[in-house]
Ligand binder design. Structure first.
Ligand code: PLP
Length: 360
């Protein structure tokens, strides 16, 4: 069957091999006579699937033993609340970097639970860059430092790891987790909604250092306390079983592809193809500062915005879909997560050159 190239920011493209395997196993998983969707989460089969999924994620990201891996629900948006509820630990305030739409949402939610100190902001230049660490005004007494290493809407990525001393570093990696190797030990907590670079919507991955668990605000609901999930292997209540299974297939696919270093090389190649195309002409433009150009989400504009509709229509005719920019920024955006093959990006670049030739 013919597949199109889907540049959606999320839910996003999944590896074809994963979908084929899931289809093959949909009705009867490995001869057990039922679908993963129908299994008890307390049964041996499903418990095995979830344990293997966690083990593969730990291997891929080299997650140290003193970190818990949690599979939760509620999306990254719930983490905007769970992080302050769990990590403020009686302290007066938390530090936040403001680099765009997702940072702003995290900040707004954290303010419900404590004081927020915005260490730096790129709002002055329409969130088109990320302030370097020399511009951050960190509070040594902060409960934690929160940042968004990849702003999915603005296409602004931070490729270095902030240095926060003894203050735990918290990252919303929803849209760039697994896109390259990172040193997990530099972080107190990492979270990510699954629907960009992990699997289907409905699963949220949290990787948290053990010493940060167990000091949740007393008034918090049980479901919002990391300890509840850490003590119960993410099975305090029914986990999103099918989503976790698909995430597990994605992790196996990543391992077979050579792991995160291989992914990083491929992501550099893919992003390079697209940015080279944008830079090669005045017909297209990139609003993002060079050093912060995201490898996952590439916003771009046509010099003549009246051509936007024609561009999108022609793209769709060639099987290149979901290229319309976020409603808050306009223009175009190509999301090119791990599962987008190089051929998909090449097809987009070929189309962009052709479109320029006919309309430029
Ligand atoms: C998509 C996204 C979110 C929101 O995720 P939900 O799972 O929809 O709550 C938060 N942060 C970033 C960086 C995102 O890309």
């Amino acid at each position: 069957m013919q597949r199109i190239y889907n540049f959606s920011a999320g839910p996003a493209v999944l590896p074809r091999d994963v979908l084929v395997q899931a289809a093959d196993e949909l009705v009867n998983w490995q001869g057990c006579g039922m679908s993963v969707m129908e299994m008890s989460h307390r049964g041996k089969e499903y418990m095995g699937i979830q344990a293997q999924t966690e083990a593969d994620l730990r291997e891929l990201m080299a997650i140290p033993a003193h970190y818990k891996v949690l599979f939760l629900q509620g999306g990254a948006s719930s983490q905007f609340a769970m992080v302050p509820m769990n990590l403020l630990r009686g302290r007066a305030s938390a530090d936040y970097l403001n680099t765009g739409e997702w940072s702003k949402k995290a900040i707004k939610e954290a303010k419900r639970f404590g004081n927020v100190n915005v260490v730096a902001s790129s709002e002055d230049r329409n969130f088109s860059y990320a302030p370097g660490q020399d511009a951050w005004r960190l509070d040594p007494k902060a409960a934690y430092v929160h940042y968004t290493p990849n702003e999915t809407i603005g296409g602004v990525e931070i490729f270095w790891t902030p240095e926060t001393g003894n203050v735990p570093l918290v990252a919303d990696m929803s849209s760039n987790i697994l896109s390259r190797p990172i040193d997990v030990s530099r972080y107190g907590l990492i979270y990510a909604g699954a629907q960009k670079n992990i699997g289907p919507a409905g699963v949220t991955v949290v990787i948290v250092r053990e010493d940060l668990i167990g000091q949740c605000m007393p008034a918090a609901p049980v479901m919002f306390d990391y300890k509840t999930h850490a003590d119960n292997d993410s099975m305090y209540n029914t986990p999103p079983t099918y989503g976790i299974y698909i995430a597990g297939l994605v992790f196996r696919w990543l391992k077979a592809k050579g792991g995160l270093s291989a992914m990083e090389r491929q992501n550099i190649t893919k992003a390079g193809l697209l940015y080279d195309c944008l830079d090669s002409t005045g017909f297209y433009g990139s609003p993002v500062a060079r050093e912060n150009r995201s490898r996952m989400n590439v916003p771009f504009t046509l010099h003549d915005a009246t051509l936007d509709e024609a561009f999108l229509k022609g793209a769709k005719e060639r099987g290149l879909v979901q290229l319309k920019g976020h409603r808050s920024v306009g223009g175009m955006r190509a999301s090119i997560y791990n599962a987008m093959p190089v051929e998909g990006v090449q097809a987009l670049v070929d189309y962009m050159k052709e479109f320029e030739k006919t309309k430029g």
